[in-house]
Design a protein around this ligand. Structure first.
Ligand code: NAD
Length: 499
C-alpha cells in the first residue's frame, strides 16, 4: 500500500472493498482482487474484490431469495424505506463527497451536489411509486380491461465511473421502488463510494439480499451478470461500445435492456441569443464534472456574426477556469478519473492540434506537476469530419465551429453518430422550438445547460442509447405490464361445432 501523501485523503479510508451479498461483506470466491488508484497520486490506495461468475451467482441467488418478500410489500411500505435511504444518504453528505472526490477526482463542491441528487432520486421514486396508478380501459358496458404491473425480478445494474454514486442511485431507486431485487456492478475505477451503500441501505431497513453489490472488472463481473439466465433485465450506463456488446450478449436470454450511452452533444448558438448567459452555460456545461459528463455540450456551433467574439470569450474563460486538487473548495476542474483515461484525453488533444486551431488550454497546468490535470481546452474552426468533432472525448475539451444559417446549424448538429442531448440558444421563440424538434437527440434544452426534471424521459437516440428512464418510464422498465380483460356483458362467440 502506498504511503505517498495525497491531497484530501479522507480519514478512515478502507483498505479493502468487498462484495455485499445477502447482507454480508464477502471476498471473491476465488480470492481475486484488483488495485484501486486515486487520480491525484495515481497510486493504489485499496484493493477491491474482483468478482466473477461464482460471485454473481451467489448474489443472484440472494436476490432471488429476497424477491418474494420485497416484491409483495405494499408500495407505501417500500416508499417509506426509500425515504429513509434518502435521509441516510444526506446524513453522510460530507463523508460521501470526500470519498467521491478522492476516488473520482471530481471537485468537492460538485461531489456534494451529487449526494443531494442521489438522495433526491430516492425521494422522487418513492413518490412516483405511491402516486402511480395502473391503467384501465373500458369498452362501453361490455368490457373492462386493466393493467397489472409486477416487478420483473432480479435486476442487473451496471454503472460507469463518472458521478458513480449518483448514477448508482439513479438505478437503485426505481428498481427498489418497483419491487425488484438487484445486483449492482459498480465501475472498477471508482468502487469507493459504493462501499457506503451497505450501511445506508441496511440502516434504512432494506432487507438482506434485496440489494447486492458485486465489484470487479467489466469483462468478467459485468459480463457474468449480463450472461446470468436468472437476471431478466439489464440497466446499463456506460460507453457505446460496451453497450453494443451488452445488447448482443443479452440477446441470448432475450433480456430487457436500457442503454444510456455516450454523447457528443451540440450547443447551437444563434447570434440573437443572450451571449453572456450562453457563455456561462457553455463553460459550465462542458467543463463541470471535469468534462466527464455524458450530456456535456462538447460541440459548440456558433452563428457566423458572433463566432469570432464568442470563441474569443470562451477561450478567455477556459484559461481562467481554476484547475486544482479535487478536495480544494476553490477548484472548478479537478483530476481526470484514471491515468489511462487521462492519456486518452491527451491523445485527443494531440489529434485536435493537427485538425483544428487550439485557442485555450491543451496541456497540464504548470502549478500541478503530478496528477491527471488538464487545463480546459478549446479548439476553434473544427471541421465536421474531424475526429474531435465526431468522437466522445469525455474530458474538459470543447470543439467550436461556425455556421451560416439555421439549416446548416441543424445539419452540423446532426452530423455525428450520437444523439443524447442538445442545447439551443436563441431569442426567437419559434426558431428555438423548430431547431429543438429538428435536432436528433433524446433531450433538448432551450436557453439552458442540463437542468434536470426527474419526471421527464431521460435517454438518447442513435448511438447514444436505447430506451428511456426517468419518471414513470423507469417504473415501466423495471416492471412487466399484464393486461387483464374482463367481460361484463355477453361475449359473442361463434359457435364452432354446435350445429
Ligand atoms: P464503460 O462502458 O467502460 O463501463 C461502464 C460499466 O460497464 C463499468 O461498470 C464496466 O465495468 C462495465 N463493463 C465493461 N465491459 C463490460 C462487459 N463486457 N459486460 C458487462 N459490463 C461491462 O464506460 P465508462 O468508461 O465507465 O463510462 C463512460 C461512458 O459512460 C461515456 O461514454 C459516457 O458518455 C457514458 N455515460 C452515459 C450516460 C447516459 O446517461 N447516457 C451517463 C453517464 C455516462
Amino acid at each position: 500500500m502506498s504511503t505517498k501523501p495525497t491531497t484530501g485523503r479522507p480519514a478512515d479510508l478502507p483498505e479493502t472493498i468487498r462484495h455485499w451479498i445477502g447482507g454480508g461483506l464477502l471476498d471473491s470466491a476465488d480470492g481475486a482482487t484488483f488495485p484501486v488508484h486515486d487520480p491525484v497520486s495515481n497510486t493504489p490506495y485499496a484493493v477491491a474484490a474482483a468478482g466473477g461468475p461464482e460471485d454473481v451467482d451467489r448474489a443472484v441467488a440472494a436476490a432471488r431469495a429476497a424477491f418474494p418478500g420485497w416484491s409483495t410489500l405494499g408500495n407505501r411500505e417500500r416508499a417509506r424505506v426509500l425515504y429513509r435511504v434518502a435521509d441516510a444518504v444526506e446524513a453522510r453528505e460530507e463523508r460521501l463527497a470526500a470519498l467521491e472526490t478522492f476516488d473520482s477526482g471530481l471537485p468537492i463542491t460538485q461531489a456534494r451536489g451529487q449526494a443531494r441528487r442521489a438522495a433526491e432520486n430516492f425521494r422522487y421514486f418513492a413518490d412516483v411509486i405511491v402516486a402511480l396508478g395502473e391503467e384501465a380501459f373500458r369498452a362501453g358496458d361490455q368490457q373492462i380491461n386493466y393493467v397489472v404491473r409486477s416487478p420483473v425480478g432480479v435486476a442487473g445494474l451496471i454503472t460507469p465511473w463518472n458521478t458513480p454514486f449518483m448514477l448508482e442511485s439513479w438505478k437503485l431507486a426505481p428498481a427498489l421502488a418497483s419491487g425488484c431485487t438487484l445486483v449492482l456492478k459498480p465501475a472498477e475505477w471508482t468502487p469507493l463510494s459504493a462501499s457506503l451503500w451497505p450501511e445506508i441501505l441496511t440502516e434504512a431497513g432494506v432487507p438482506d439480499g434485496v440489494a447486492n453489490i458485486v465489484h470487479g472488472v467489466g469483462e468478467r463481473a459485468g459480463q457474468a451478470l449480463v450472461d446470468h439466465p436468472l437476471v431478466p433485465l439489464i440497466s446499463f450506463t456506460g460507453s457505446t461500445d460496451t453497450g453494443r456488446h451488452i445488447v448482443r450478449s443479452s440477446a441470448e436470454h432475450l433480456k430487457t435492456t436500457s442503454m444510456e450511452l455516450g454523447g457528443k452533444s451540440p450547443v447551437v448558438l444563434f447570434a440573437d441569443a443572450d451571449l453572456d448567459a450562453a457563455l456561462d452555460s457553455v463553460v459550465f456545461g462542458v467543463f463541470s464534472l471535469n468534462g466527464e459528463r455524458c450530456t456535456a455540450g462538447s460541440r459548440v456551433l456558433v452563428e457566423r456574426p458572433v463566432y469570432e467574439e464568442f470563441t474569443r470569450r470562451l477561450a478567455e474563460r477556459a484559461e481562467r477556469v481554476t484547475v486544482g486538487p479535487p478536495a480544494d473548495p476553490a477548484t472548478e476542474v479537478g483530476a481526470l478519473v484514471h491515468a489511462e483515461h487521462y492519456a486518452r484525453v491527451l491523445d485527443y488533444v494531440e489529434i485536435g492540434r493537427g485538425e483544428a486551431k487550439l485557442v485555450a488550454g491543451g496541456s497540464r497546468p504548470a502549478h500541478l506537476p503530478e496528477g491527471n490535470y488538464l487545463q480546459p481546452t478549446v479548439f476553434a474552426d473544427v471541421a465536421r469530419d474531424a475526429r474531435i468533432f465526431q468522437e466522445e472525448i469525455f474530458g474538459p475539451v470543447v470543439a467550436v465551429a461556425p455556421f451560416d444559417d439555421e439549416a446548416e446549424a441543424v445539419e452540423l448538429a446532426n452530423a455525428t453518430e450520437f444523439g443524447l442531448a442538445a442545447y439551443v440558444w436563441t431569442s426567437d421563440l419559434k426558431r428555438g422550438h423548430r431547431v429543438a424538434h429538428a435536432v436528433e437527440s433524446g433531450m433538448v434544452w432551450i436557453n439552458s445547460h442540463n437542468v434536470r426534471d426527474l419526471r421527464t424521459p431521460f435517454g438518447g437516440v442513435k448511438s447514444s442509447g436505447l430506451g428511456r428512464e426517468g419518471g414513470a418510464h423507469s417504473i415501466d422498465f423495471y416492471t412487466e405490464s399484464k393486461i387483464v380483460h374482463v367481460m361484463l356483458g355477453e361475449a359473442h362467440t361463434p359457435r364452432f361445432g354446435a350445429s
